[in-house]
Write a protein that binds this ligand. Sequence first.
Ligand SMILES: NC(=O)c1ccc[n+]([C@@H]2O[C@H](COP(=O)([O-])OP(=O)(O)OC[C@H]3O[C@@H](n4cnc5c(N)ncnc54)[C@H](O)[C@@H]3O)[C@@H](O)[C@H]2O)c1
Ligand SMILES: N[C@H](CO)Cc1c[nH]c[nH+]1
Ligand SMILES: [Zn+2]
Length: 434
Amino acid sequence: MRIVNWAELSPQDRRTQLTRPAMNQAADISATVLNILTNIRREGDKALKEYTAAFDKVPDGKIVLSQAEIDAAADAVTPAMQQAIRHAYDNIARFHAAQQMAPLVMETQPGVRCELHTHAIGRVGLYVPGGSAPLVSTVLMLAVPAKLAGCRKVVLCSPPPIANEILFAARLCGVSEIYTMGGAQAIAAMAYGTETVQKVDKIFGPGNAWVTEAKRQVSLDVRGAAIDMPAGPSEVLVIADEAANPEFVAADLLSQAEHGPDSQVVLVTPSVSLAKAVDAAVERQLQTLSRADIARKALAESLTILCGDIKEACVISNEYAPEHLIVQTAAPRELLPWLENAGSIFLGAWTPESVGDYASGTNHTLPTYGYARTASSLGLADYQRRYTVQELSADGLKGLGDTVIAMANAEGLDAHRQAVVLRMAKINAQEPSA
Ligand SMILES: NC(=O)c1ccc[n+]([C@@H]2O[C@H](COP(=O)([O-])OP(=O)(O)OC[C@H]3O[C@@H](n4cnc5c(N)ncnc54)[C@H](O)[C@@H]3O)[C@@H](O)[C@H]2O)c1
Ligand SMILES: N[C@H](CO)Cc1c[nH]c[nH+]1
Ligand SMILES: [Zn+2]
């Protein structure tokens, strides 16, 4: 990892240092994806099967799994693995069930009743990455809240061959349909529909730069589908001081670096000695990793930032807006008020990011590319839409009518005014005169 000294960088250099690697190829990826989306929209299954054969090396382009195939694969999962998946499922279900909002019902003034309700989104499409690692945990992160929210149809797709564990988790969660397709073509099929794949209302899930760009494009097309958020290549920023254990920090950095060559990991510290110790630990631990080659590529685009103090580290983190933020300092919780932009925050030495990736209960689907400035971590609310209800009594309208008439006058909207005036006249006529 390259080391930079924050104090020595110009504002422009600081922005450059904090750029995500995937953003450098954004234009190429965007053009490729547009082409794929257009072809799937025009040619449906034919194009979908061609892309599946080309990108995912499935000669016959098979895209549907039968229930018998799902059951055979799910039943083949070892009991120990089944138990681990169930354990994670329970914690994730507990944390997401607690997010259910009770309907809001109130009177803003006498006789004026306003309500806020939620309704599950009907058909949702879940994308489970599988290009370089079969992300079993992502099935739970996406499907558990979908079912808790009450979505009618839950469609899942993942690049072939789909791991048995993914199919076990999907069956456990009650997923309705499973397709063996990945990449931008899978997003296109779910967004636009094909002869085989029925169109969904909203698409959820993380993925590589092509998947994330495809989600962005279909969400901007009125014929497409809504999306949860841009959840692209994994990233982590660690704020650490002298109190941190360099082996722990190195392990956390590597756990995200191993996701993909375009993942990015950042260490921000005021301590030169910690930076050096972490660097050495990263080198040592790399020797033991099966995905060291991938991690090395990610590390080549990653960095250590030497800052003045821990408060400045928080400012840098807010600027970067990481997907994951790990705080390994003497008093990590004390920094929370300073930390504004992060998908998920991990406090202290005993909270490796892996626990949130798999099983603590929080969702691992998180905004990347700096979208954590405005976008949230995935939750139950993303599977629901909010709507309001209102009901006024005659007295309620009497109390509010003059205000609405005055405002309609100001906007020059006579019909709006008239809708109130007519009713007020009726109410006044019905009231016995004093
Ligand atoms: N942000 C989050 O919440 C989060 C969570 C989990 C995983 N992730 C990220 O998800 C990503 C998973 O990526 P992955 O690649 O392993 O799996 P993936 O399933 O996202 O992508 C695989 C697909 O990419 C397509 N593809 C590959 N090369 C292509 C090319 N040159 N042109 C067009 N399409 C191409 C193929 O169709 C393939 O099926 C990783 O970057 C990981 O860091 C993010
Ligand atoms: N760290 C990933 C989110 O960026 C999620 C994940 C799944 N499996 C392991 N990790
Ligand atoms: Zn991870």
